[in-house]
Design a protein around this ligand. Sequence first.
Ligand code: SF4
Ligand code: SF4
Length: 431
Amino acid sequence: MRLNSIKVPHLKASADVRSSSIKLPEKVVIAMSQHGGVPCKPLVSVGDDVKTGQLIGDSDAGFSAPIHSSVTGRVTGMTKVLNVFGVVHEALVIETVPNQILSEEVRPPVINSREDFIAAIKRSGSVGLGGAGFPTHIKFSYDPAETEIDTLIINGAECEPYITSDHRAMLEEGEKIVDGARKIQEYLGIKRAVIAVEANKPDAIRNLTGLTAEYPDIDVMTLRPAYPQGAEKVIIHSVTGRVVRKGDLPSSVGCVVLNCSTAAFISDYLNTGVPLIKRRVTIDGNIVNKPRNLIVPIGTRACDMIKAADVRVAPDRAIFGGPMMGISFYDEEMPITKTTNALLLFSDTKKSHHNACIRCGRCIRACSMGLMPTELDRAFDKKDVELLKKLNVDMCMNCGACSYVCPAKRNLSERNQLAKMFLRDQLQQKK
Ligand code: SF4
Ligand code: SF4
């Protein structure tokens, strides 16, 4: 049985272009919330000098990930930024100096046990680089006495239009992806790893198949191109046929899923000790002359990327992330975070008008989670808490497939996000 999915245009103009770096920005803006979970508290103050890789934000909470300076410079201010979850958080402004120095704190971790490995991954600041931003060490922190994990899935689906940062990682850092997968298998005792890639990336499949030829416990699996093939529950079903039930984690069906760029980062970190301070970001859109991937320090502002991007005219719409799941933003001072996989820039985009639902059912047939977006839309209109619960609004992953197929152009995915926040508020008030 296949889960519902839709076809979206590929539009990956940067897939064949080698990634490049940008000139060191004059300043970076590093948000204290770069992940799902508890935001960090700043560990440095205005006026402090910081070095590249230095720890500058942390939290006592387990469900969090530390934050490191991506540059050498001086903290010159505190500001507020909007994160991908639509919440405003504190951010440190760091002005760079020409002489970039790696912090003395940076050294490869010493690992003698599973616990050492998980603690090191936490210290690295690793989060899912595919966009969801789940702290990586949490995925590894299951109790092996109670939970048996038999499959590590390395997610190379990258099914959203335009984005190619994972595709380029699979071509440019294939060795690191394989090494990261092997280290995770070794330290967590996972017998089988599967690197799952959509069939529309044949060069990545060829590269990884060659690199894994000598490792019988790592398979490269070709996935049918479909949206949202890269969503965690969908890729688990595609690779293993297993279904993650409502409210359960992938570990409940014996799987850990990790984005391929995250696996490459883990390999790098274990070898060098350099924490998560930079990432690959696709820059594309109808005003970008040379779509490509830029490797930039975390905290690089959109304006610095736009300067490096060779754009024809000023954008009238900018999106962090893909066209299906990304967020539009209005301020070019907004910085990239650990979860930003793309910056899309458009001009002359058509404004669509919402119409009344014609009850065609396309949104229901599009939903891989088996939800009824049109009914959720109505339940949210009525602010019907019980009905929203019954219709499982909390299972919506805001993939945007329902909005994409809706002939009435209803903002179903966006409204589900609001409905989830509304439901959470209502349930908290009842406590
Ligand atoms: S946004 Fe939510 S409701 Fe719509 S298709 Fe995706 S998972 Fe289903
Ligand atoms: S796709 Fe749009 S018009 Fe069709 S049932 Fe869903 S909400 Fe209504």
